[in-house]
Ligand binder design. Structure first.
Ligand code: HXC
Length: 288
């Protein structure tokens, strides 16, 4: 599915706030993650997007690089997040070509609808491997660079003054809200996302002292995504949309805005948190 474009409004966020920042994003050619990266690049960042499909990843990287003059966006395809070495190579290439990794978005995920009876052991394991192991591998491959970036951002242990140099060393894991209740046909993804949430909390407390922040963005139903397309048949979509607390489903821009906030100076004291961007959907009894 082609990522839907967002026209980013610079009257909300200031142009250039991410100048000299580099974002590394897995699942970066997908609908949600490409919108997150597009917003950051629009606001000054350079980016490295990681995907499994070479053609798609390079095409999306080229498209994102065209939104700002002098933007550098590398697309590295054929990376399977289940394989640590390929992620490590990709992180090294990102640093070699773009100079650093300041921000990471761990967004690669796998999903399909299946009952627990239908789910083979290998199917369950595949989703654990892509989501949990893949998120861990992404973290592990980029952590040395996040810590390096975080140095600019650490509190001085003598004076207890925060560094004035602003953002650096930040990771966002893209999760979900499925596991807050219980979701039929989504046991595998729910388990995986709960694990990712836990990983983020550990990173926040373990690496906070080294200047790294870690947070979760939990999107609700987002228009034009593969996930929503799979989970919501088109014949019930209109009624479903009307039934939502805000009378709409989310737009990729909603997730992009949350990302900009967490990576901006305004989000510098936010760590170990989950930012649910779902228009209160999960608090209703309907579930998705
Ligand atoms: C039951 C299935 C299945 C299905 C695959 N499997 N699809 N079982 N129902 N629909 C089983 C296979 O039979 C196999 O088990 C095992 O899963 C591995 O499948 P493979 O195709 O060999 O693995 P792989 O190529 O690695 O594919 C991984 C995948 C696939 C997760 C199964 O769907 C994938 O690559 N997805 C990536 C893209 C994606 O899903 N994006 C959507 C993310 S949305 P056996 O026993 O036969 O060997 C998202 C949002 C969640 O995550 C929140 C929603 C609100």
């Amino acid at each position: 599915m082609a990522p839907s474009k967002i026209e980013y409004m610079s009257d909300i966020w200031k142009d250039g706030i991410f100048e000299n920042k580099v974002v590394f994003c897995t699942g970066g050619a997908g609908t949600i993650c490409s919108a997150q990266v597009r917003a950051l690049v629009h606001l000054g960042a350079n980016a490295c997007i990681i995907g499994r499909n070479v053609e798609k990843t390079e095409r999306v990287a080229k498209e994102i690089s065209s939104i700002r003059p002098n933007a550098k966006v590398i697309g590295i395809g054929s990376v399977d997040v289940r394989k640590f070495e390929s992620l490590k190579d990709a992180a090294e290439r990102c640093v070699k070509e773009l100079g650093a990794i300041d921000f990471v978005i761990a967004g690669a995920a796998g999903n399909f609808l299946a009952s627990i009876e239908q789910l083979s052991v290998n199917a369950f394991k595949s989703v654990m491997d892509i989501d949990i192991l893949g998120s861990y591998n992404t973290l592990k491959a980029t952590l040395p660079y996040l810590v390096e970036s975080g140095k600019k951002h650490r509190v001085d242990s003598e004076t207890l003054d925060p560094s004035p140099s602003g953002t650096g060393g930040r990771i966002i894991f893209v999760s979900a809200t499925l596991h807050y209740r219980g979701m039929p046909f989504q046991a595998h993804v729910s388990v995986a996302k709960a694990g990712i949430d836990s990983l983020s909390n550990s990173v926040a407390v373990e690496y906070g002292p080294r200047g790294v922040t870690s947070n979760i963005i939990a999107p609700g139903p987002i228009e034009s995504t593969e996930g929503l397309g799979r989970l919501l048949p088109s014949d019930v979509k209109k009624a479903y949309t009307r039934s939502q607390p805000l009378g709409r489903v989310g737009h990729v821009r909603d997730i992009a805005d949350a990302t900009v906030y967490l990576f901006s100076d305004s989000g510098s004291y936010v760590s170990g948190q989950t930012l649910v961007v779902d228009g209160a959907q999960w608090r209703t009894s309907g579930g998705i």
